[in-house]
Design a protein around this ligand. Sequence first.
Ligand code: NAD
Length: 262
Amino acid sequence: MQQKSQTHAVLITGSTSGIGLAIAHCFGRAGHHVMLHGLADSETARTLCNEFADYPGKVGFSSADISSEAGCAQLVSDTREAIGNPSVLINNAGIQHTAPAHEFPADKWHQILSINLSASFFLSRDLLPAMRASGWGRVINIASVHGLVASEHKSAYCAAKHGLVGLTKVLALENADCNITANAICPGWVETPLIQPQIENIARKQQVDLETARTELVGAKQPMARATNPQAIGELALYLCGEFAGTITGAALPVDGGWSAQ
Ligand SMILES: NC(=O)c1ccc[n+]([C@@H]2O[C@H](COP(=O)([O-])OP(=O)(O)OC[C@H]3O[C@@H](n4cnc5c(N)ncnc54)[C@H](O)[C@@H]3O)[C@@H](O)[C@H]2O)c1
């Protein structure tokens, strides 16, 4: 049984900004070793790592592009070198592109499927054997409410996120014998750079200011018309690694202001 004070090595993909960075801070503050990752130059990486200097655990950084299997392997190797073998994998990196399916560019389709879905499979496949050998592990997939319901113009994103929820369930079943849980967190709107282009799009089309466009975007889908603070996702991920979450597995947990309850 996991001890309350145990320190874990935690890999968070896409942690240079938004939800991933907030998750990384939650784990860093809690004393865990944190592997930061994302598309960033060395100057940005240094600045980011400095933000973690006051936390007790180690911090590492990798800029591996995880849109390919080789990039995922690079990230695994960078992580092992910097903080040791991760017992917690948080698949968070993701991108978005919106267009109707009949106009959706093929390159965007492939990119979204690679980063939002396939990378989570490759990283899980490569890191699970060591988790299984040690008899403890956590896989947390940052899916989306779009892993549970659909919205128009998001064919690739919805396909990837529904796929990620399915992958999560399979990982939960296959690794239940080794004290490893796998769960998906399914946020609605979260206040991050990812949603900015969609806000600007509404502002441009409707000729309104950005604040009005933000309320319009969030309120169109969520009964609670406010975006979630990224730290809330970090605190939930931390809870899933804590001593009382040991039997939560195979779940897709909405944090969506009631969006998927409708
Ligand atoms: N923001 C929201 O409202 C929202 C809602 C539901 C789900 N999500 C999901 O949460 C996750 C994080 O979203 P966010 O809003 O924080 O995004 P963000 O744009 O702030 O951050 C995305 C991260 O992914 C990294 N990344 C992108 N492409 C990469 C690649 N090829 N290789 C390596 N790293 C790459 C970026 O460098 C960055 O660190 C995504 O999976 C997203 O789908 C976000």
